[in-house]
Design a protein around this ligand. Structure first.
Ligand SMILES: [Zn+2]
Length: 431
């Protein structure tokens, strides 16, 4: 039995009442948040006591869509259109990927994410077993999926392998690592393959993770090929009728499609940094929020961002919605913070597990030091977190009550070795 006490931080709970509790200790037993203890009550004994006084406790940030090992391609090809970027730069290098590249690239991503307060990532990439191994070793929470590209000659075999893996893992899986099945996108996966994926998801009960309606060209091609926009087409194929779906981007979602997403409870992973960098457009997230679409923020891969800083994505989400809507009231600070934490958890179907600091949820909690010049004076902590804070303000990170970082010191990973190994992999791939 493990008992952890975080002493007296200001707790931004993200609970239904949106409570912010000053000088409140958090008691975690066996990975679960058991109680929030006001300052005038005595806290229970604990095996590990973490100093929280003067700090802010927040549910761990959720990176709702990434390709973690693409850290190896960070800065390798910038300032290009999406399709030439994929076809001329990214896919040729990915053709040379080995399992160990994905392992070290994912570990590099995890180090960066722990340092910036991310406790849960939704990953989609090649050699997903290597990504899963990295996540297990780091003790971080993850949704893992192997990318399925219908345009590859190995598509059928890849789907078979994913199916086999999923049926095995369903029996031996841990609560911290969950799996999804990941058709890359409608424009890389023909309908016949998507139908098989949907059937596989229904059979295994695992969720689907995909890219959807990312670029204007994708929408135009879908209209020409199917007479329908991509999200409407996926609805017709039955993608949203079974297990949960999380769709990255949805930049070009129409009003009718937003209704579909809301009605079906499809989680949307909003990637403002990637969408701006690739000039894909600005997703209509103010409309999605109003319609009740489960909405999280995400970095996408480090090759199109180029960092994995979820606090920055929350800020970009708020700013991009304001400038595109010519409306400074669009996506307020609390809404952006919600997307980075509880909204992301809900978009991944983990809303009952994480996303709030409240008894019964798992102990995925971060502490930030906001006693610094760029976040001072403390008028409004939520405003500071979204509009002024930096990833480096994160000092302590817990997943399931287990410390991954305490006061800036990593507890589960060897940062120096990971950076050296990742540099060697990147050199071989793209040096
Ligand atoms: Zn992506």
């Amino acid at each position: 039995m493990s008992k952890v006490l975080i002493e007296s931080p200001t707790v931004i709970t993200l609970n239904d009442s949106q409570e912010i509790l000053s000088d409140t200790s958090i008691f975690i037993r066996d990975g679960e948040i058991v109680s929030l203890i006001p300052e005038n009550e005595n806290p229970p004994d604990a095996d590990l006591v973490l100093e929280g006084k003067g700090r802010v406790a927040l549910p761990g940030l959720v990176n709702c869509h990434t390709h973690a090992a693409m850290t190896l391609l960070r800065g390798y090809a910038d300032d290009m259109e999406l399709l030439p970027w994929l076809q001329q730069k990214i896919w040729p290098v990915e053709g040379k990927l080995r399992e160990e590249d994905v392992y070290w690239g994912t570990l590099l991503a995890i180090v960066e994410m722990i340092r910036s307060g991310v406790t849960c990532l939704n990953d989609m990439y090649f050699y997903f077993e290597a990504a899963e191994k990295a996540c297990r070793e780091a003790d971080i929470r993850a949704c893992i999926s192997g990318v399925l590209l219908g345009i590859l000659p190995t598509a059928e075999a890849d789907l078979e392998k994913a199916m086999h893996f999923l049926s095995e893992r369903r029996e031996n899986g841990s609560q911290r690592i969950v799996h999804m099945i990941a058709p890359h996108a409608p424009y890389t996966c023909p309908d016949e393959m998507l139908k098989k994926v949907i059937a596989a998801a229904e059979k295994t009960g695992v969720g689907i993770h995909t890219h959807l309606s990312e670029t204007k060209k994708e929408v135009e091609d879908s209209l020409a090929q199917h007479g329908e926009t991509p999200i409407a087409h996926m609805e017709k194929l039955g993608m949203f009728a079974g297990p949960p779906v999380v769709a990255a981007h949805c930049v070009w979602a129409t009003d009718e499609e937003i209704e579909i997403l809301a009605k079906r409870g499809v989680g949307v992973a909003h990637c403002p940094g990637s969408n701006m960098k690739l000039a894909s457009g600005a997703a209509p997230i103010a409309k999605m929020l109003a319609a009740g679409v489960p909405l999280g923020v995400a970095t996408d891969g480090a090759a199109s961002n180029n960092n994995l800083d979820v606090l920055e994505e929350a800020r970009l989400a708020a700013l991009l919605a304001k400038v595109t809507g010519c409306d400074p009231t669009a996506v307020k600070a609390y809404e952006a913070l919600h997307m980075a934490t509880r909204g992301g958890a809900e978009a991944l179907g983990l809303g009952d597990v994480i996303g709030q600091i409240t008894p019964g949820r798992r102990g995925d909690i971060i502490l930030l030091d906001l006693k610094r010049p760029h976040v001072w004076p403390p008028h409004d902590l939520v405003s500071h977190l979204v509009y002024a804070a930096r990833a480096s303000d994160v000092c302590t990170v817990l997943v399931e009550g287990r410390p991954l970082m305490i006061d800036g010191v990593l507890k589960t990973l060897d940062e120096e070795r990971i950076m050296a190994e990742a540099a060697a992999c990147a050199e071989r791939l793209a040096g």
